[in-house]
Design a protein around this ligand. Structure first.
Ligand SMILES: [Zn+2]
Length: 942
């Protein structure tokens, strides 16, 4: 039974055509066939970064999906087995926040726990994939082949169990530690965020705060104050120390009857009140002898060693801004480090929801940003503020809930990146990056400066961290469900565990010692969901519990492709986890795209409605045009582009409409849908030899480009080739095909169309399938064919460059004719060409003469000459007669068309005069018999 893609349509409707191709693929099961027909032991492995399913796919996803489709289709045609399984990222804050909104949980973690983790997680579970069929529809429509049916989900028990195993491995290698670290923290989500989450796009906003210069009274010196500058009034409530730079020059100045100490280079801070006098100078290191009176005493000394009201020196203090004196509180990374080093009192006066603790009596329970004004009012009233000015700066915000983040000291588990760093850097050497500058640029530099990775989250919907801890602090790390059952205190309770989300295992106690005498409970945290996506290579295969041999044989993968921000996110986390567990890189080739911006260069934003839904464009102009637009654009070299709908419509016209027209012309003479083999020997006609040579040169060029993951150059060359076929090969060949029974020419043309459909197949899978079905095989798929090989014996460099040269001359002649007002139908005697290259071969010159309608070319080669063309515009009576004959041919052809004559219908046409010398040729070319009459007209049809 025929499965043909489509009958040849008399009118081109690209979206309809693409839908018929989709139908064909479905009926034919082409994707599965394309994978299955390649050998198991010749794999090209592709890892897909799993998307969150909480929103609809946008232009960026379509970009990623197109490159994730193009490259695997290419390698499939090259003979490799490229399995493609869809994955879903299910856990993490995005979905938790969505559920909190849906359940109207405004009370943060407290309210979730009151509701019950089981209820909350069930709500997450049932909502997480609600858009999956929408995704599938979109991904399918743009022509991406991927197996949705056997997808993996990061919330699958098998996936989570592998993540446990991976963590146990890293722990056994001493790469995991528990610590307290000052990290960016979202008080609304009550969870820390890792640096790469912030480094991803859109996690900063610009705000205007008060920047305050505070006065700290120096103990034992009358009317003398240290001036310290800060934008966070709320942490002035617990500022036990100040810091200066040991090597900076500081001064004491007199102003308004008071003395102030600040850095000499920051005297401009006094410019509002310019009359001051410098009375003393000190090096920063000398100032550490000073003590000051803290503004508040909510936290008195607890031990003798604990220091309060002291000045310390550390090089992190700079004179870039402020006064060169900074306040120290635990809510800063450097602050915390210096405070620990200097035995400064460490207290946290803010709870895990960003509210002041009960000890801060007047303002207990207030959110920190709300208390800022109150603190400054209070200090102003106590004359402890020197100046207060508006200050605009950029601050980090939670990428999900947009709450402003602050640095907080938190207990957390870390992957020791510092220990792993030399290995991370070394393994990067084995990865090829596209574009190449990312290797030692954005990615490599990122590795060098990477901080330790905080992998714990105080949340609910995630893979629980498998550490069970006794009251005394003894730990057992569990690496599988089997181990959990083995060490569970209540064997009965553990027996039926099939899902390892928090609600199912938090209550299970585990023996933390091998003698089974000490009971431990699980620590409450879950993993950062980036641990899960970074574990995708092995966890999606449930390694090592299943697929052991398969995974080990196919690791590392050959290819990943994501957008640039993933260099700091998924590319990074996958690299870390791979190096930590398996000692090497996870992938060999990384193709990184840029970001698609709205047409005006701003970020695409649903709320601003500054872009057209990409699927609307696909429905209008076709997925192939959309794909070719993306793959040929600099966004594939990780540059940002402004989305340009017009370019897509241009590609539709200049590539697919023209390609269709070429195909129609071919089908006119050869309607057959099965080519009887490709032409593999040099044909006779010069134009056929040329187009075949060009095609084979193109095969080499496209292959080289795609081997190097350069979709931009391959796509652009393919597009240019369509123009070459139509504006040169076909333009110069029409008459040959019309007049003669030109089997060889048609064989060549068919060969070119067949090879072209293969070269286009990875980037424009729909139209190339259609062409294949029309030219080569009505029931087969171009995607099941082997990638074509360039035949050197058909390539003729001299011919190609001759042809390129004469095409430049053609342009010049056409321009000179237009200038002289001589129509192309009027033959000319000769032209003179002066060129820096030698005269083309005679056969090529004949093509030139035919095109420009000139009898002779006189060619002079001058080494350093610019190309110049001079027309001989003298018209002899013979030339004029020939010009009239050509005019007549054209008019008769117009008449034939108007009279509705078919291509082969003979007819008799009357004309006022018959140019005797040309009668035969006119009658042959127009397929009419000429008779004399008063005016031109159709006399008879036969
Ligand atoms: Zn948040």
């Amino acid at each position: 039974m025929a499965k043909r893609v489509a009958l040849f349509p008399s009118k081109l409707e690209i979206p309809e055509l693409e839908k018929s191709v989709l139908e064909f693929w479905k009926k034919d099961d082409t994707f599965k066939k394309s994978v299955d027909q390649r050998p198991l032991d010749k794999q090209y492995v592709f890892y897909d970064g799993p998307p969150f399913a909480t929103g609809m796919p946008h232009a960026g996803h379509l970009l990623g999906s197109t490159s994730k489709d193009l490259i695997p289709r290419y390698w499939t045609m090259k003979g490799y087995r490229v399995e493609r399984i869809w994955g879903w990222d299910c856990h993490g804050l995005p979905i938790e926040n969505m559920i909190e909104g849906q359940l109207n949980l405004k009370g943060g973690k407290k309210q979730i726990e009151e509701l019950g983790i089981d209820v909350f997680n069930q709500a997450c579970r049932s909502e997480v994939l609600r858009l999956d069929s929408e995704w599938e529809r979109v991904i399918e429509r743009i022509g991406r082949w991927v197996d949705f049916d056997n997808n993996y989900k990061t919330m699958d028990t098998s996936y989570m169990e592998s993540v446990w195993w991976g963590f146990q491995q890293m722990n056994e290698k001493g790469l995991v530690y528990e610590g307290k670290k000052v990290i960016l923290y979202c008080p609304r989500c009550s969870t820390p965020l890792s640096n790469f989450e912030i480094a991803m796009d859109n996690s900063y906003s610009t705000v205007t705060d008060w920047a305050t210069t505070y006065k700290y009274k120096v103990v034992g010196q009358e009317n003398t104050y240290l001036l310290a500058w800060s934008t966070t009034p709320w942490n002035k409530l617990a500022t036990p120390a100040l810091a200066v730079n040991p090597d900076l020059q500081y001064v004491t100045v007199e102003q308004n009857g008071e003395k102030y100490i600040l850095a000499e280079s920051r005297l401009s801070m006094l410019h509002e009140k310019p009359e001051y006098k410098v009375v003393e100078k000190h090096l920063g290191s000398e100032l550490t002898a000073l003590k000051f009176e803290p503004h508040y005493d909510f936290y008195p000394n607890r031990t003798e060693n604990e220091r309060i009201g002291v000045l310390v020196a550390d090089s992190f203090v700079t004179d870039d801004e402020g006064t060169g004196v900074v306040t120290l509180a635990v809510y800063g990374e450097d602050d915390y480090r210096v405070m620990q080093k200097e035995n400064i009192q460490i207290v946290e006066h803010v709870d895990d929801e960003g509210k002041l603790k009960p000890e801060v009596k007047p303002w207990a329970g207030m959110f920190i940003l709300k208390v800022n004004d109150k603190v400054n009012e209070d200090l102003e009233a106590r004359n402890l503020i020197y100046a207060n000015v508006k200050y605009t700066h950029s601050v980090a915000e939670c990428y999900r809930c947009k709450t402003r983040l602050y640095y907080a000291p938190l207990p957390a588990w870390f992957i020791d990146i510092q220990k792993l760093k030399p290995d991370l850097i070394a393994a990067n050497e084995n990865i090829s990056w596209y574009p190449g500058h990312l290797k030692h640029g954005r990615f490599g530099k990122g590795l060098e400066t990477a901080p330790d990775w905080n992998i714990s989250r105080s949340r609910y919907w995630g893979t629980p961290i498998p550490i069970w801890r006794s009251k005394e602090g003894q730990d057992r790390v569990i690496g599988s469900i089997e181990e959990l059952k083995r060490w569970a205190v209540d064997q009965e309770a553990a027996k039926n565990v099939t899902d390892i989300h928090r609600e199912n295992i938090d209550s299970i106690e585990v023996w933390v010692d091998d003698a089974k005498t000490i009971v431990g409970r699980r620590v409450p945290e879950v993993f950062d969901c980036w641990v899960e996506s970074g574990s995708m290579p092995y966890a999606s295969r449930h390694y090592p519990f299943e697929n052991k041999e398969l995974f080990e044989k196919t690791y590392p993968a050959q290819f990943v492709s994501e957008y640039i921000a993933q260099t700091r996110a998924w590319f990074y986390t996958m690299h870390v986890i791979s190096v930590a567990i398996f000692g090497g890189n996870a992938v060999e080739n990384t193709l990184t795209t840029g970001t698609i911006m709205a047409a005006d260069g701003s970020k695409m934003s649903k709320s601003k409605r500054n872009f057209t839904d990409p699927m609307e464009i696909v429905e209008k102009m076709g997925a192939d045009s959309f794909r070719l637009y993306l793959m040929s654009s600099p966004v594939m070299r990780s540059e940002n582009i402004n989305f340009n709908e017009k370019e897509i419509s241009d590609i539709r016209k200049k590539v697919f409409v023209i390609w269709y027209n070429c195909l129609s012309f071919y089908k006119l003479y050869r309607p057959s849908e099965s080519l009887s083999g490709l032409v593999t020997t040099k044909p006779k006609h010069i134009l056929d030899r040329w187009i075949l040579s060009r095609t084979h040169t193109l095969i080499s060029e496209i292959t080289e480009a795609l081997d190097n993951y350069d979709t931009v150059s391959s796509s652009r060359q393919l597009m240019a080739f369509i123009t070459e076929i139509s504006t040169w090969y076909l333009r110069r060949s029409r008459d040959r095909f019309r007049v003669e029974d030109n089997q060889e020419g048609l064989d060549v043309f068919g060969t070119v169309l067949a090879l072209m459909s293969q070269l286009f197949a990875p980037v424009a899978p729909f139209f190339s399938e259609f062409v294949h079905s029309q030219v080569v095989d009505a029931d087969g798929s171009v995607h099941l064919t082997d990638w074509p090989e360039a035949l050197p014996e058909l390539q003729d460099q001299k011919l190609e460059s001759d042809m390129t040269n004469i095409r430049v001359i053609v342009e010049k002649v056409h321009a000179a004719r237009a200038e002289a007002g001589i129509k192309l139908r009027q033959p000319l005697a000769k032209i003179q060409v002066t060129a820096p290259y030698a005269e083309a071969d005679p056969e090529v010159i004949q093509v030139l003469l035919d095109e420009i309608n000139v009898k002779e070319v006189i060619w002079t080669k001058e080494d350093n000459a610019d190309l110049s063309v001079v027309l001989d515009t003298v018209l002899t009576p013979d030339l004029e007669a020939e010009g009239q004959a050509r005019e007549l041919i054209r008019n008769i052809q117009v008449l034939r068309k108007q009279s509705g004559l078919g291509r082969d219908d003979a007819a008799t046409v009357s004309v006022p005069s018959i140019p005797e010398k040309w009668q035969k040729e006119i009658e042959l070319k127009t397929k009419v018999k000429l008779v004399l009459g008063d005016e031109m007209g159709l006399v008879a049809k036969e």
